[in-house]
Design a protein around this ligand. Structure first.
Ligand SMILES: Cc1cc2nc3c(=O)[nH]c(=O)nc-3n(C[C@H](O)[C@H](O)[C@H](O)COP(=O)(O)OP(=O)(O)OC[C@H]3O[C@@H](n4cnc5c(N)ncnc54)[C@H](O)[C@@H]3O)c2cc1C
Length: 422
C-alpha cells in the first residue's frame, strides 16, 4: 500500500524523533537548513597530536529522573549513555570562594557532596547545608499549590529559600540550564522549575550519549530521506495537501507537514497562509547566548586540579553567570587532550587565537504568556483534517530541553496514528 507523504522541517531532537516515529506509517522526508542534521550541526575537533576527538556544542547532558521519554528513545535506538561529571564550583566574579561540590559514584548510584577537605570553608559548608535542605524540601512542594505563581513569586513566598544559596548558586545554575537571564527564570511558571528541581537532579549525577550526537543522528536517521541545506521559506495548505517552498525556489507537495523548528522560525513559514496562528509563534520570547570552545585556561580558576568541572563566575549585578566546563575533567574521551574548555556567556575576554569554535544559540523562554500562545498552537492541531503539525522543545511542557522535544514529537506522532513504541 502506498504510504501518505509527510515532511518534517528541522532536525533537532524534536524533528529527528518525529521523523523516526512516523517513518513506518508515512513516507517521510526531513528538511534541514544546515549542511548537517541540526542536532549535530555544531561539533568541534578538540584532539591533538593528529588524534581526532569530537565534542558536541552544546554537550547535551541528561538526568534519569527527568528525561523519561528520552532515555526510552535512546534505549530503543541502541544509543549508549555514560556518566559525565558536571559537579559545580561557584566563585564570585572577583574570584571569591562560594561553594564547591563533587559527584561521587557508587556503582549505578551517584551522589553529590562537598569537594575535597581543602575546600571546607565556612561559606562552603553553609551553602552545602542550604543546598541539601533546598533539594530535600522542594520535593514536598505540591505543584497544584504553585500553579498560579511565577518562579520569582514562589521564591519570595516559600519559607525554605536561603537567599545566599538562591542568588549565588541556584539562579546561576538555572540560568545556565535554561540559557537565559535571571529575570526570565523568575518569569517561568513556578511549577515548571519546581518539577525539574524535584526530580532528583541534585542526587543522581548526569549522563550523556557515550559516542556523542553523531551516533544518535546516525541511528535516528534510518528509514527516511534527509535533505540538508534545504531551508523552507513558505508553507501553504489546502484541505487536500501542503505545499513547501524552499529558499532555493524548489517546491514540494506532501499530505502532511510537521514543523519542528523553534517558534521564531516556524511563525514566518506560515505567516502568509495562517497569519493569526503565525502571530502566536511571534509572541513566544527567546533568549540568545554565546557558547565558546577554547583552550584559554586563564578563564578557569587555579589550582584547577582541585576544582570541580563546571565553574560558575557569579556577579550579582549581572543578569547571567559565566559558566565554564573543563572538558578534560568532565568527559572521559577528552581526558588526555590538551586543556579544553566550553564557556557559556563569556564575561571576560577569551584569547582569540585559543578559540576553537564560537556558536550563538537561540532558546525559547517560558512564561505564563508563552503558555497561552502554546495552548493556541496546540488547539490549531485539534482541528478536523489538520495537515500542519508542530513539535519542538517549547511544546513538550516543562523546560525546553531534549526531553520536552521528544515529548512533543511523541504527541504529534500519537495524533497521526502512531502507537508509542516503548
Ligand atoms: C547552550 C545550550 C546548551 C544546552 N544544553 C542542553 C543540555 O545539556 N541538555 C538538554 O536536554 N538540552 C540542552 N539544551 C536545550 C536543547 O539543545 C534544546 O532543547 C533542543 O535542541 C531543542 O530541540 P528542538 O528540536 O526543539 O529544536 P532545535 O534543536 O533548535 O532544532 C530546530 C532545527 O530546525 C532547523 N530549522 C530552522 N528553521 C528552518 C527552516 N526554515 N528550514 C529548515 N530547517 C530549519 C534548525 O536549523 C534546527 O536544526 C541546550 C541549549 C543551549 C542553547
Amino acid at each position: 500500500m502506498v504510504k501518505p507523504t509527510l515532511a518534517v522541517i528541522g532536525s533537532g531532537i524534536a524533528g529527528l524523533s518525529a521523523a523516526w516515529l512516523l517513518k513506518d506509517k508515512y513516507q517521510v522526508t526531513l528538511f534541514e537548513r544546515h549542511t548537517k542534521p541540526g542536532m549535530g550541526a555544531y561539533a568541534v575537533d578538540v584532539g591533538n597530536d593528529g588524534k581526532r576527538v569530537e565534542i558536541d556544542i552544546p554537550l547535551r547532558i541528561i538526568t534519569s529522573g527527568y528525561y523519561h521519554e528520552l532515555f526510552k528513545l535512546y534505549r530503543t535506538l541502541g544509543v549508549e549513555i555514560e556518566r559525565t561529571d558536571h559537579a559545580g564550583a561557584f566563585f564570585t566574579h572577583t574570584g571569591g570562594d562560594v561553594f564547591h561540590y563533587k559527584n561521587y559514584n557508587l556503582g549505578k548510584y551517584s551522589f553529590s557532596f562537598l569537594n575535597s577537605p581543602k575546600r571546607l570553608s565556612r561559606t562552603n559548608v553553609q551553602h552545602g547545608m542550604a543546598a541539601i535542605k533546598f533539594f530535600h524540601d522542594i520535593k514536598k512542594v505540591n505543584l497544584v499549590d504553585v500553579q498560579t505563581l511565577t518562579f520569582g513569586e514562589f521564591l519570595i513566598t516559600w519559607p525554605h529559600a536561603n537567599t545566599s544559596f538562591i542568588g549565588h548558586i541556584l539562579m546561576p545554575m538555572l540560568s545556565t540550564i535554561c540559557t537565559c537571564d535571571y529575570d526570565s527564570i523568575k518569569q517561568y511558571p513556578a511549577a515548571i522549575i519546581v518539577d525539574y528541581l524535584a526530580c532528583g537532579v541534585a542526587e543522581e549525577g548526569v549522563w550523556k550519549a557515550t559516542h556523542g550526537v553523531a551516533d544518535i543522528v546516525a541511528k535516528i536517521t534510518q528509514g527516511y530521506d534527509v535533505k540538508t541545506h534545504s531551508q523552507i521559506a513558505d508553507i501553504s495548505s489546502t484541505d487536500k495537501e501542503v505545499k513547501l517552498l524552499l529558499t532555493s525556489g524548489e517546491d514540494y507537495t506532501f499530505d502532511h507537514v510537521v514543523i519542528a523548528t523553534q517558534p521564531q522560525h516556524a511563525g514566518p513559514m506560515i505567516a502568509a497562509n495562517k497569519p493569526e496562528l503565525s502571530h502566536h509563534f511571534e509572541q513566544i520570547k527567546f533568549a540568545t547566548s554565546e557558547m565558546v570552545v577554547h583552550r584559554d585556561s586563564s578563564i578557569y580558576p587555579r589550582p584547577w586540579q582541585d576544582i570541580s568541572p563546571v565553574c560558575y563566575s557569579v556577579d550579582l549585578n549581572q543578569q547571567r553567570p559565566m559558566a565554564t566546563v573543563c572538558l578534560n575533567k568532565s568527559m572521559p574521551t577528552v581526558k588526555d587532550c590538551l586543556p579544553v574548555f566550553q564557556t557559556w556567556h563569556p564575561t571576560t575576554t577569551i584569547e582569540p587565537n585559543k578559540i576553537l569554535a564560537s556558536v550563538t544559540f537561540e532558546r525559547p523562554v517560558m512564561s505564563f504568556e508563552t503558555v497561552l500562545h502554546i495552548k493556541e498552537i496546540q488547539e490549531s492541531m485539534q482541528k478536523k483534517d489538520n495537515r500542519i503539525w508542530f513539535c519542538g522543545s517549547y511544546l513538550g511542557g516543562g523546560i525546553p530541553l531534549l526531553e520536552a522535544g521528544v515529548r512533543s514529537s511523541l504527541h504529534v506522532a500519537n495524533q497521526l496514528g502512531i502507537t508509542t513504541p516503548w
